[in-house]
Design a protein around this ligand. Structure first.
Ligand SMILES: [Zn+2]
Length: 154
């Protein structure tokens, strides 16, 4: 069993593979792969901070100025429907995205600066099994968030 830790950023090789995977998934389901789309995929996979669509847009604009916010939204929505991006909605109306780990996973969130990070926690599937047993629900997913102050805000 490993020590609990905040997940380190992915290697360049992992990111490259993930972009190839997403490109493949989009192409095989008949989506056109415009240069804008490819830049969006690259920015999405490179950004491990769980960016909002607007943050992602700002990032993509640096390398591909012809990208529109609408294209960013459309691409995110397509990937979400395919289960290739995890969308985290918050009550303030902001949606954050994680394309590196599209399956449900726990996050730590800083209430001061808004930073969102992945955190490795053991026993999540056991927790879900308990919840199923206790409720009789057929559970497919979960959303686990821990709130507090990040290391730099403490
Ligand atoms: Zn995440």
């Amino acid at each position: 069993m490993s020590e609990p830790h905040v997940i380190e950023s992915q290697s360049i090789e992992q990111r490259r593979r993930r972009v190839a995977e997403l490109t493949e998934r989009l192409a095989s389901s008949g989506h056109r792969l415009t240069p804008q789309r490819l830049f969006i995929l690259e920015a999405l996979v490179a950004d491990t901070s769980h960016p909002t669509a607007e943050e992602l847009f700002a990032r993509v604009r640096q390398t591909c100025p012809t990208t529109s916010l609408a294209t960013v939204y459309k691409t995110l929505e397509t990937l979400r429907q395919m289960g290739e991006v995890l969308e985290l909605e918050f009550s303030d109306g902001s949606n954050h995205y994680d394309a590196l780990r599209p399956a449900a996973h726990p996050h730590v969130i800083c209430e001061q600066c808004g930073r969102i990070e992945d955190v490795e926690v053991d026993g999540i599937s056991r927790l879900q099994a308990h919840a199923m047993q206790a409720s009789g629900y057929q559970l497919q997913s979960h959303r686990i968030e821990f709130y507090g102050l990040c290391q730099s805000c403490q």
